[in-house]
Structure formats: C-alpha cells, structure tokens
Write a protein that binds this ligand. Structure first.
Ligand SMILES: Cc1cc2nc3c(=O)[nH]c(=O)nc-3n(C[C@H](O)[C@H](O)[C@H](O)COP(=O)(O)OP(=O)(O)OC[C@H]3O[C@@H](n4cnc5c(N)ncnc54)[C@H](O)[C@@H]3O)c2cc1C
Length: 296
C-alpha cells in the first residue's frame, strides 16, 4: 500500500490526498478512512489518477453527491471526488451541457431561468449530474435518460471518450457507463418559468410528505420489483420503524433506511438482510439493492 501511495503522490501533483473520513461524503453519514480519497483539480490529473490506478490494478470509484453509496471497508479502492474538477454550464438552444459535478438542483434551477424544463421530476434529489446519469436516476415514471443526449467520460485507460444516448445501454437505475463521467448534455423542453417552478414545488412537496428528509439516508434502499413497491412489501412484513443499533427502517417510508443516531455500516447491513429475508419468506420475492454497497 505504501508503494502505491508513493506512486500516486508522485503523479498527482494537482490532486489533494484527502485524509478525512468517508462519512463526510456519503449522505447517510457512514464511512471510515480510505487509503486513497483523491480530489483532482483538472481533467488531466483525473486521467493520470485513472491510468495509475489501472497500472496498479486498483479499482476506481467516482464519487458525486454520495447520495446512493454506503461505505464499508473500501480497501484499496481509489475514490475520486468530482468536487474540485472544473465546472461547466453551457446552453445551445434547448440543449444544456453541464459538468458532472453540477448539482441536479443547480441544473434544474439554472435551466428554469432560461425557460428550459423537463427535469423537474427529480427535484429534491441530493445528487450530482455524473452520479445521477450513472444511476439513470428517476422518479414518477421518468428517468434522466429520457432527456440525455450524450456524455463525455474518461475510460479505464485514462482516455477521454464521448458516447451518445443511443450508444449507452440503460435501464431501471442501471447504465452501461464504465468510467468517470465528466460532462453530460440534456435536451430540454421550452417551458414557462412559472410552470417549471410550480412543477418543481409540487414534486418537492410530494417528496417531503412521503419521504423522511429529517434524517440522513440514501433514498430508496431497494429497487421496486416488477409489479410491486419495495416499500409496501417491507411494510407488509411489519418492519416499519425496526431499529438495529443507530439505523432504522423509516417509520415514514419503509424503503428508506435512516441514520437515526450514530448508525454503523453493520447496523444498516443488518436491516438490509432482515428486510430481504422477511420479504422472501412472506412474499417469495427477492429484493434487489438500489443503493451501492462498497465493501470488501
Ligand atoms: C433523500 C433522497 C432521495 C432520493 N430520491 C431518489 C429518486 O427519487 N430517484 C432516484 O433515482 N434516486 C434517488 N435517490 C438516490 C440518489 O440520489 C441517486 O441514485 C443519484 O443518482 C445518485 O447521485 P450522486 O451524485 O449522489 O451519486 P453517488 O452516490 O456519488 O454515486 C452513485 C453511483 O454513481 C457513480 N458515480 C458518481 N459520480 C460519477 C461520475 N462522475 N461518473 C461515473 N460514475 C459516477 C458512483 O461510483 C456510484 O456507483 C435519493 C437519495 C436520497 C438521499
């Protein structure tokens, strides 16, 4: 590990080697120290990091808003923050191109001031564009790929590539993107600012009525199985409000696990296992994780 750390230090002159805890970067506020938590300041540096990681046979993990990642033991993974990379917001007619580190809320708000809408359905998600595109984030029957034109990304060899919507496989909270997204372009709709604002407020109100926004979480823990809602299945197993250590299956929405008080990785994983077991026993349905669990 010391050998590879030196290797990074010699190459990553424009990167920070952050010593802080991963809990600061995950929305559920759980996570310990990482061997490599790097925050490149330029795409050149990002590309160098990826090349070096590849040479050292180390897995890279892009980190955006951290609103879907549960950190356990991250081992020697090279965790790369998007936060200090250059920012971009460009408009060409109804196509908006943004850097991956742009917050989804900023994208929606800035597009709204230009009379461009469509993405209001994901208002209230604490995500960055890169993470949201990688997950094909969605809600209320729509997903980000409905509006995506193309992405630019750095592949595992450190090369900058561009792919159009057509060239990317995608599905329910899944995409074929393999690399670090740097930019994404969305074809939006010309709309009245007032209509966009009204739609956005309606969505945010719906979310705050249904979802537990008062405690840290990662949103929906499980994907909805075909024809079912994961939250309803868990609720039917009487698991709402179940607490293990500091983690709890939310009393408000059973598909949300919240960090009620100093929850640990193991607390959350115990609840995940419990929900999967009960739903399998009572409903004969296998719940599949939506959140990304990073653990050796
Ligand atoms: C309160 C709350 C509500 C939520 N509601 C919804 C919802 O309605 N719909 C929904 O879909 N999700 C929802 N989520 C989950 C989450 O916001 C989404 O999955 C979002 O897309 C993750 O974006 P992020 O930037 O936080 O990604 P992260 O959590 O940082 O990363 C998620 C995944 O994307 C990868 N990634 C991150 N950045 C990049 C990049 N630049 N290039 C390539 N890969 C990258 C990561 O490695 C990881 O695999 C919610 C979460 C919370 C906390």
């Amino acid at each position: 590990m010391i050998k590879t750390e030196k290797m990074f230090d010699s190459k990553m002159l424009t990167s920070f080697h952050i010593k802080s805890s991963l809990s600061e970067y995950s929305n559920i506020k759980i996570g310990g120290k990482a061997s490599y938590l790097l925050a490149p300041l330029s795409f050149r540096s990002l590309s160098q990091i990826i090349k070096e990681a590849n040479k050292g046979d180390l897995e890279i993990l892009p980190l955006g808003g951290g609103s879907n990642i549960l950190f356990g033991n991250v081992g020697d993974r090279v965790i790369i923050l998007d936060a200090f990379l250059p920012e971009l917001f460009q408009v060409n007619s109804d196509v908006v191109t943004v850097s991956a580190n742009c917050k989804i809320s900023t994208l929606i708000d800035r597009a709204m001031t230009l009379g461009l809408g469509g993405l209001e359905f994901i208002s209230g998600i604490p995500a960055h564009v890169g993470g949201a595109v990688n997950m094909n984030a969605g809600a209320f029957g729509k997903s980000l790929f409905d509006y995506l034109s193309w992405i630019e990304y750095i592949d595992h060899n450190g090369e900058l590539k561009k792919k159009t919507h057509k060239e990317l496989d995608h599905g329910y909270r899944i995409t074929s993107i393999d690399g670090f997204i740097t930019k994404a372009a969305f074809k939006l709709q010309k709309k009245k600012q007032a209509d966009i604002l009204a739609e956005k407020e309606t969505i945010i109100n719906k979310r705050s009525t249904r979802h537990p926004y008062d405690f840290p979480s990662l949103g929906s823990t499980f994907k909805n199985p075909e024809g079912h809602y994961a939250g309803r299945l868990i609720e039917d197993c009487q698991l709402k409000g179940t607490q293990i250590g500091g983690a709890q299956i939310s009393e408000k929405h059973a598909n949300f696990i919240i960090n009620k008080e100093n929850a640990t990785f193991d607390d959350v994983m115990s609840l995940i296992r419990l929900a999967k077991k009960k739903v399998k026993e009572r409903k004969n349905i296998n719940l599949e994780l939506e959140i990304k669990v990073i653990n050796d």
